[in-house]
Design a protein around this ligand. Structure first.
Ligand SMILES: Nc1ncnc2c1ncn2[C@@H]1O[C@H](COP(=O)(O)OP(=O)(O)O)[C@@H](O)[C@H]1O
Ligand SMILES: [Mg+2]
Length: 586
């Protein structure tokens, strides 16, 4: 079991590395630049000896002319290489991130509805934003700083061994001891920062809830209660943050103290060597400079593990989604459904989400242009039934046919082109009204858009906005009423001009007056289309040619309104219930 998981992870890393391959030339140049930067650092430490011994002690005039020039050249070349390395590495890093982000989003868009219903929106968003950023941090630290730091450490190590190999051996033993706390503190910081992130996530969702539901908070007089809850949440976050501060603030001084111990010893031992004449001050200071310069790259390398661990975890989360396969599969030899009026047939259809069967043995035949109403108590399976037609989900058993063609043998694109949907929650995108009406029909002429708006009874109110069809939905904020939004959605469906229409509680959330307008718009929309209409209020399905009553996922009654009323069965009961409650209301 464990072996398998290691294998998968390796594959994923290969894919991540595969993304880098396209940029290998840039990567190579960047490495060249890194080598130059590292070499310049080592050379600087190396130069301390000639500066001290030749210029200051021996007062060598030739060296006095030479060394400043060499220093200027070194720093100029170093600056150029540093820029080149940063630019090239970030170019590679950013382009990997772009490709990863794109392929993640492209893949998510192709996953079925069930995926979006199972996963939390916030989590999916953080996969595309946060997780990809964490991977970028890993790629850029692993390649940019890690390689440079490795080279620098190597170069400086050569210098310290060259200057005094015995002292160098000692330093090599002591330094890791000094850096041990860095690693230890790093682990703790990570644990606490995870806690901070969780506390912050709690606060975010709390804010979201209490802002959206602020009306209810006020109506129930719960302001003080919510303030108290918020107070305790920020208190928890404060505690966590301070813990992180303590760990971070302690780590530096402790490390520096340990480093200081080591340096004190080097000074003691090295100084003794100089005084006894075994070494020169130049050698000693060159050695010291190299050791001090080691501090920074070694510290960074010790943090590398953290960012790699975090990056790998994020890589796993991202690839978990990228590797997820859609269970709505298109046949290789899929046929294209032509655009014309269609007959829709359900043949012994069974359907389940995960556990219990939601639809059982559904048999329906809807003629082209027929309006079929689906009624029944909430939870009866009406939405699930219509969701099968555009293959938002696939039937568990049985077949759904459009003009005799099993929808699973058709291309998904041509299938969905046949279907227009208007649901209860009128979803509009934050763009212009024109864009929203023409959604799915890019390039529609303005005449067609206006015609659709008129037929949807939306033209007049749209023309009341200063920018008319170019008004953006965001600009309007909450100013569009439910009925107005719904009429824009109907215009969108009208413009799509699909032969099959699904109306799922399209008027249920509206008040009676806007319902009247939406109803009129819907009547225009339904003309000549094969329609599945789900309605909560039975009074709104008077025009249906046929009514099907669904109960617990089964068809329990079928027929015209009069016929079903005469039968005095389930439909009659539903009708009675609504009729009575309507009477009581008025
Ligand atoms: N995404 C889902 N995952 C699991 N169960 C679901 C899902 N959507 C609906 N259900 C369940 O399927 C049954 C039918 O729901 P639905 O088709 O929405 O009924 P209706 O539209 O008639 O109110 C209900 O028991 C509901 O809880
Ligand atoms: Mg429903």
């Amino acid at each position: 079991m464990k072996k398998v998981s290691i294998l998968v992870i390796k594959d994923r890393h290969k894919r991540l590395l595969g993304l880098i391959r396209n940029n290998w030339l840039k990567l190579l140049c960047a490495m060249g630049c890194m080598l130059v930067v590292a070499a310049s650092t080592a050379t600087t430490a190396f130069l301390v000896k000639p500066v001290l011994d030749d210029i200051f002690f021996k007062k060598n005039a030739a060296m006095l002319k030479l060394i400043p020039v060499v220093v200027i050249i070194i720093y100029f070349v170093r600056g150029l290489s540093y820029y080149g390395q940063e630019y090239l590495m970030n170019y590679v890093g950013q382009s990997i991130i772009k490709r990863l982000r794109d392929s993640l989003y492209f893949h998510m868009q192709d996953l079925p509805i069930s995926f979006f219903q199972k996963e939390k929106t916030g989590v999916l968003m953080s996969r595309v934003t946060n997780d990809v950023n964490i991977i970028k941090a890993m790629v850029s630290t692993a390649f940019t700083s890690a390689l440079r730091d490795c080279f620098t450490i190597l170069g400086l190590t050569v210098v310290i061994f060259y200057r005094d190999w015995k002292l160098a051996l000692f330093a090599i033993v002591v330094l890791p001891v000094a850096f041990f706390p860095v690693v230890e503190f790093g682990k703790r910081v990570r644990r606490v920062s995870t806690g901070c992130q969780e506390a912050m996530a709690d606060i975010t969702s709390f804010l979201h809830e209490t802002f959206i539901g602020n009306k209810i908070v006020k109506a129930f007089g719960m302001e003080a209660h919510e303030k108290e809850r918020f107070f305790s949440m920020t208190g928890k976050l404060f505690g966590m943050e301070m813990k992180a501060v303590v760990i971070k603030a302690l780590s530096s001084p402790i490390m520096e103290f340990l480093g200081g111990l080591g340096i004190a010893f080097i000074i003691g031992y090295g100084g003794y060597q100089v005084i006894s004449g075994a070494s020169t001050p130049g050698t000693f200071f060159s050695f010291m400079a190299a050791v001090l310069m080691l501090y920074d790259p070694v510290k960074k390398m010790s943090k590398l593990n953290n960012s790699i661990q975090e990056g790998l975890a994020a890589t796993d989360r991202v690839f978990d989604i990228i590797e997820r396969e859609s269970d709505i599969i298109e046949h290789q030899s899929a046929v294209v459904i032509p655009q014309r009026p269609h007959r829709v047939t359900f043949e012994n259809v069974f359907f389940r989400y995960d556990d219990a069967m939601v639809l059982r043995d559904i048999n329906i035949n809807v003629k082209a242009g027929e309006i079929l109403a689906l009624v029944g108590m909430s939870g009866g399976g009406k939405t699930s039934l219509v969701n099968l037609i555009p293959r938002f989900y696939d039937a568990y058993d049985g077949r759904i046919l459009i003009d005799g063609t099993d929808i699973r043998t058709a291309t998904i694109r041509s299938l969905r082109e046949q279907i227009a949907i208007v649901t209860q929650d009128s979803i509009l995108f934050n763009d212009t009204i024109r864009y929203n009406i023409a959604y799915g029909k890019q390039g529609a002429s303005i005449e067609d858009i206006e015609k659709a708006a008129k037929a949807a009874y939306a033209y007049d109110f749209i023309c009341d906005f200063p920018d008319k069809f170019d008004t953006t939905i965001g600009e309007l904020g909450g100013r569009l009423s439910g009925g107005e939004k719904q009429r824009i959605c109907i215009a969108r469906a009208l413009l799509k001009n699909a032969p099959i229409l699904i109306l799922d509680e399209a008027t249920s959330s509206l008040d009676t007056e806007s319902e009247m307008w939406v109803q009129k718009a819907l009547e225009n929309l339904m003309k000549g289309r094969t329609t599945f209409v789900i309605a909560h209020r039975l009074s709104t399905i008077a025009y249906a040619h046929r009514i099907i009553v669904l109960s617990n996922g089964q068809i329990v009654e079928e027929g015209g309104h009069g016929e079903l009323m005469d039968k005095q069965g389930k439909y009659f009961k539903l009708y009675q219930m609504q009729f009575c409650s309507n009477n009581n209301n008025s």
